[in-house]
Every structure is written in C-alpha cells, then in structure tokens.
Write a protein that binds this ligand. Structure first.
Ligand SMILES: Cc1ncc(COP(=O)(O)O)c(C=O)c1O
Length: 414
C-alpha cells in the first residue's frame, strides 16, 4: 500500500516536478514569456497562479508567475488536466506508474486496504500483516541475489537515505566508525532529500562513454586512494542514469538486461571495491515483477516485444540537425539537443531549446521530462503499439517545431 501512496504522491508532483527541472536565470525568463503567451491564449482555462504549494524542482517564481499544469485524472497511459485536455503520459508519472494511471486491480486493492486499516506503523516491533506478507513476497521474488530483509519507505529518496544509515550502522557495528564516505557518479540522481541529493553528482566530465568504460576502475581506485580506503563505505550507481539524461552504461559494460548488466558491471569494478572492502549500492538496479497484475499481463514479455518499435521509432529522428544524441534501452529514452552534432556545441541556454520542445509536446498532448536541453521519456510499461505510434508522431511534431525555432533564433542572431 505504501507503494500505491508513493505512486499517488508522484502523480500529484509530476506536473511540476518533471516539467521545469533545474531551470534558472535567463532560461527562466524565457519560460515565463513562453508560459504567459500560452496563458493568454487560453483565457477560458482555470488559473492556479499564486497557489499555496511549494514543490520539488519548482522555482518560487513559477508558482506566482505562471499557471501550473494541474493533472486531475488518469486513464491507462493517459492523464487529463483540469481543463479536460488529454496527454499521453510519456514519463509514467515520474518514472513510476508502470501499470498506467488507474489499473482497476490496484485501485481495488488500495480501496480494500483503506477500508480495513488505513494506517498503522512499524515502530517498536509492532507492524501490520500486509507489511509482513509483502516483505515475504519481495524476498521470494528477488532470486538473482538472495535478499535477507525488506525495508519499506515512501520514496526513492528515502530509500537512499536509508541505505546510507544502514551502511553507517553496519560499519559502526564492525568497529569502523571512520568508514562513512560514499562515492557517487557525476550526473547521477539519487533523490531530493538532503542525503540523497548530496549523493547526486552534477559534474560534466567531458569523458566519452568508451573512455569512461575503460578508465572507470582506475578512476575509482584513484579516488578511493586519495580519500583513504578506510573512510569509504560504499559506491552508489544507477544502472542506467535516468535524470542525468538517460545515459546507459558504456557499451563495453552493457549486456542484454539490466540484471545481467549489473553482474558484468560489478565484475568490472568489483575487484576495486572488494579490495578496499567497499559496498556496492545499485540504485533502482534490479526489478521484481511480483504482483498479480503484472504477471497476468505478462508485462516483461510485452516490454521486450514492444521496446524495439519504441527505440527504433524514436532513434529514427537522430539525424535531426538539432539532436546531438538519442540514447536509451527498453522503454527508456533520452534526447540531447546540441548544435552541429557535437556534444561541445550547446545551444545558448537562454534559447531554452529543451523547454521549447517540452512545451510543444504538451501542446500536442504529450508529457515528457525536460532537464536543460535533455529530454527524457519512459512511458508506462502497459503502453500499446498504437500509443507508441502516437508517441513517435507527437515527438516528431514537437521536434519539427523545435527545429524551426532554432532556425528562427539563429537567423535573429545574425
Ligand atoms: C535513480 C533514482 N534514485 C532515486 C530517485 C528518487 O526517488 P523519489 O522521487 O521517489 O524520491 C529517483 C527519482 O527519479 C531516481 O531516478
């Protein structure tokens, strides 16, 4: 049930959270113009400007100067805003509504539980039967690596804070109170709470993926030696970086599935980590398809069957002059806008190219995630073939409009 609550909270947050991540300065003023133009075009629509809520990844000025996108209803792969506009939810809430927005079996399970026991805690060796049942089921499901215990939290950020506390506790228990530091990768995202955010890297290293693949182990060892192995507790990494721009691991590390990847990745860095007795934390690394709904609908097979259509359909746009790179795996895909096909030729940030693309998607009835000039897409796993066609077509339309916008801005610059 906690998971259901988490999904619901994420659905509430996604309109603000996914849309304007990390936008500041001149880009912000660009967005203001962009959004106010929209607002005047739709005067009949409800306005929530100046609302009373603070939300993650939403600047204060946004709540006063612009109308938020307010989502009211979900239907499979779609969500609807308060004005009745329908959007293909190409970010699955916030990477989370894997079974779509209103799966009847999940709604029924939540309703049943809310009618039976809406809340009880698990402090002081008190708990609930449903929590124990879920823990048992989870432990039985993760067969690749046998897990000993499950710890329930309400978000990924809280999960990572908990990892840190457990690792600190572990080293204290072993009499190593100085072994407390964590190593995280640049561009990684591990959450928005204080500790999880401090694990999230922001450095752009300039290394190619291949350089990274071959040098990772050496870099890691050098860093460990510099910091002092006796002070490093753990290394945390996303198997496929998500919020950093959907960056799959370097090709030489990647195998067919995330699960296999984790093993080969571990094989590459494990020697270094093992040598210095450092724990490896895979953030969102493995997966468990345990609930009846997923099994009944053969979700894993569906995704395997449908993913090539999704990947090939979107990667066909890779030749666009404004796209530097399209990356992805399965039903996750990232687009990076750069000029001249070069990772070094970024568009001026005040042009707000990523934000413009996101706005065009929204206009065409599709939600994606924008972070600077990176676009992230990860539709619900239940997405149908027709819906993938729709996603590709809407992406194409937004891309064309964005290409025209770049032409216009370049002409103005001359
Ligand atoms: C890899 C990873 N870790 C942690 C988090 C934080 O999860 P939450 O938003 O549930 O706190 C996210 C969120 O997108 C994530 O992608």
């Amino acid at each position: 049930m906690k998971h259901l609550i988490q999904f619901t909270l994420k659905a509430i947050q996604s309109s603000s959270n996914g849309k304007h991540a990390a936008i500041s300065g001149s880009r912000a003023s660009y967005l203001v113009r962009c959004l106010s133009a929209d607002a005047s075009a739709a005067e009949s629509e409800q306005s929530f400007k100046g609302h009373g809520m603070l939300a993650p990844f939403t600047a204060g000025w946004q709540t006063t100067d612009s109308n938020p996108l307010v989502i009211e209803k979900a239907e499979g792969s779609y969500v609807y805003d308060v004005n009745g506009k329908k959007y293909l939810d190409s970010l699955a809430g916030l990477w989370s509504t894997a079974l779509g927005g209103n799966e009847p079996r999940l709604v029924a399970a939540a309703t049943k539980q809310l009618n039976t026991l809406p809340f009880y805690h698990s402090f002081w060796n008190r708990t609930t039967k449903v929590s124990l049942d879920l823990a048992k089921e989870l432990l039985e499901t993760f067969t690749a690596t046998k897990m000993a215990k499950a710890f329930f939290v309400n978000s990924g950020s809280e999960a990572n804070d908990t990892q840190v506390k457990l690792v600190w506790y572990y080293n204290n228990a072993l009499g190593r109170p100085n072994k407390k530091k964590f190593i995280a990768r640049s561009k990684s995202y591990h959450g928005s709470t204080v500790v999880a955010a401090s694990l999230s890297g922001r450095l752009v290293s300039g290394e190619t993926e291949e350089d990274f693949a071959t040098r990772l182990a050496n870099n890691l060892e050098n860093l460990i030696l510099k910091e002092g192995p006796e002070t490093i507790a753990a290394f945390i990494a996303e198997p496929v970086m998500g919020a950093g721009g959907v960056i799959p691991p370097p090709a030489t590390y990647f195998d067919k599935t995330v699960r296999i990847y984790l093993h080969s990745y571990l094989a590459q860095v494990q020697a270094v980590l093992k040598k210095y007795d450092i724990l490896f934390i895979a953030d969102e690394g493995s997966y468990a398809i345990s609930d009846d709904v997923s099994l009944e609908r053969s979700i894993v097979e569906r995704v395997q069957n449908i993913a090539p259509k999704f990947q090939d359909g979107l990667k066909a746009f890779a030749d666009s002059p404004i796209i530097g790179e399209i990356r992805g795996t399965g039903l996750i895909l990232g687009t990076e806008f750069t000029d001249n096909k070069s990772p070094n030729d970024l568009f001026p940030s005040e042009w707000g190219i990523g934000a413009y693309f996101g706005k065009q998607c929204e206009k065409n009835g599709m939600l994606v995630r924008v972070a600077g000039d990176n676009i992230m897409i990860c539709p619900p796993l239940i997405i149908s073939e027709d819906e993938i066609d729709e996603l590709i077509s809407k992406y194409g339309k937004a891309l064309k409009a964005t290409e025209e916008r770049v032409q216009e801005l370049k002409a103005q610059k001359k």
